[in-house]
Design a protein. Structure first.
Ligand code: G3P
Length: 218
């Protein structure tokens, strides 16, 4: 399973990249705003800064909600760097835009996926990735992992090339369950990625090894 980090914070992106396990980055307008990145040129520059840190797909989201606007913005974003993936919302105009970009060989990430039907439509339009929002479904008492599993079955039935990018991942168990289901990618915060490494018995065991080594080498 590929690991993407879901943030626009350059320090977190660097830290995850330095671990050597990072495959890509996803952002969204809320994450950009959280970092105080505003204004078209600053936003574009920030995407380039991210691409200069990570050698992998970087999702950059369009703001327009009409087909022409999405095409205009998406082409501008795609021209920034070879690793940019144009992130497009799951709305009818978005489906048209995904189909358009697919025909041009521009990679897309269809975002705000909350149902299997939406995932099916995005795959038929030729999306490179689809982003089902796991945590946000859990937030409204709906099992987000069941949706990932349902989409996995559908895509495997028809060998769609579209990759399932589990988004809105909140904690390490989400990551583990996504890996069990066979999600192609997961995107989550640095905290969830780092939490995978934690185990009290590892810390205790290491403490003991170091203490025994110190005793033996007195
Ligand atoms: O990037 C989209 C998604 O990952 C958002 O996550 O935590 O805001 O639901 P969250």
């Amino acid at each position: 399973m590929k690991f993407f980090i879901d943030t626009a914070n350059l320090n977190d992106i660097k830290e995850a990249n330095d671990l050597g396990i990072l495959d890509g980055v996803t952002t969204n307008p809320s994450l950009m705003a959280k970092e105080g990145i505003t204004g078209e040129q600053n936003i574009l520059n920030h995407y380039v800064a991210i691409c200069n840190i990570v050698d992998g797909p970087v999702s950059a989201e369009v703001i327009a909600t009409d087909f022409e606007g999405m095409v205009r913005e998406g082409e501008l974003l795609a021209a920034l760097h070879k690793n940019i993936v144009v992130k497009i919302p799951m709305i009818p105009e978005g489906i048209k835009a995904i189909k358009y970009f697919s025909g041009k060989g521009i990679k897309t990430n269809c975002t705000l996926i909350f149902s299997a039907g939406q995932a099916l439509l995005a795959a038929k339009a030729g999306a490179t990735y689809i982003s089902p929002f796991l945590g946000r479904l859990d937030d409204v008492s709906t099992n987000g992992l069941e949706l990932i599993a349902q989409i996995r079955t559908i895509y495997d039935n028809y060998t769609f090339d579209t990759e399932i990018l589990a988004a809105s991942v909140r904690h390490p168990m989400h990551i583990i369950h996504c890996a069990e289901i066979g999600s192609d990618v997961m995107t989550g915060p640095l905290s969830a990625i780092k939490a995978l490494a934690k185990h009290p018995l590892t810390d205790l065991g290491l403490q003991q090894f170091l203490a025994d080594h110190a005793k033996g080498n007195k």
